[in-house]
Design a protein around this ligand. Structure first.
Ligand code: PRP
Ligand code: 7HP
Length: 188
């Protein structure tokens, strides 16, 4: 597995330190409020698990799973919900947790869909932001690290469902994915 990595971008320690900072910021911003945290499966699993343990305001969490229609998604923006959240978010303060915002189409879809349910507020927190790949103008409210246009894995992020268990975030060697047609964005 390690031989497939080109470079480590963020060590487990660097991630933990940044997650703590994000938690502190969220604690300040939501002081006196309650939160519903919505984690986006599957990539956000580790980030969400670590981040919510830094959040001191009362919260409930739920999970949503979305799927893109294979390669066409990056151009069409077609996203669908595979597993919806169970809780009502009407009049609640909602924070979407994502591992990465790349083209922005997934986050755009989530914001459009969840905001139609009339939450009191809706914000997004992403660990990684790849602004150079954007296909829609969208900026997360909280962002851990801005990264260049490299395909990254680890800490929940996958290529073909693998590498998620790595404790660090690393760029994958281009030769590992360049022969595949989808650059790791396969249909779920
Ligand atoms: C990844 C990631 C985001 C999305 C970001 O999900 O977790 O949800 O892609 O890409 P975008 O900004 O171009 O829409 P993926 O479909 O790989 O599913 P996963 O979380 O199960 O790995
Ligand atoms: C999705 C995704 N998944 C893993 N690594 C990346 O760099 C990615 N961009 N978009």
């Amino acid at each position: 597995m390690m031989q497939d990595l080109a470079e480590i971008l963020f060590s487990a320690e660097e991630i933990a330190a940044r997650v703590k900072e994000l938690g502190n910021q969220i604690n300040k911003d939501y002081e006196g409020k309650e939160l519903i945290v919505v984690g986006v499966l599957k990539g956000s699993l580790m980030f969400m698990a670590d981040l919510i343990r830094e959040i001191k305001v009362p919260l409930r969490y739920d999970l949503i799973a979305v799927s893109s229609y294979g390669a066409s998604t990056s151009s069409s923006g077609i996203v669908r919900i595979i597993k919806d959240i169970d809780v009502s978010i009407q009049n609640e303060h909602v924070l979407i947790i994502e591992d990465i915002v790349d083209t922005g189409l997934t986050l755009r879809y989530l914001i459009t869909t969840l905001s139609s349910r009339q939450p009191a507020s809706l914000k997004s927190c992403v660990l990684l932001d790849k602004p150079s790949r954007r296909k829609t103008e969208i900026a997360p409210d909280y962002s851990g690290f801005v990264i260049p246009d490299k395909f990254v894995v680890g800490y929940g992020l996958d290529y073909a469902q693998r590498y998620r268990q790595l404790p660090m975030i690393a760029a994958l060697k281009p030769e590992v994915y360049s022969t595949e047609k989808n650059s790791g964005k396969e249909e779920n």
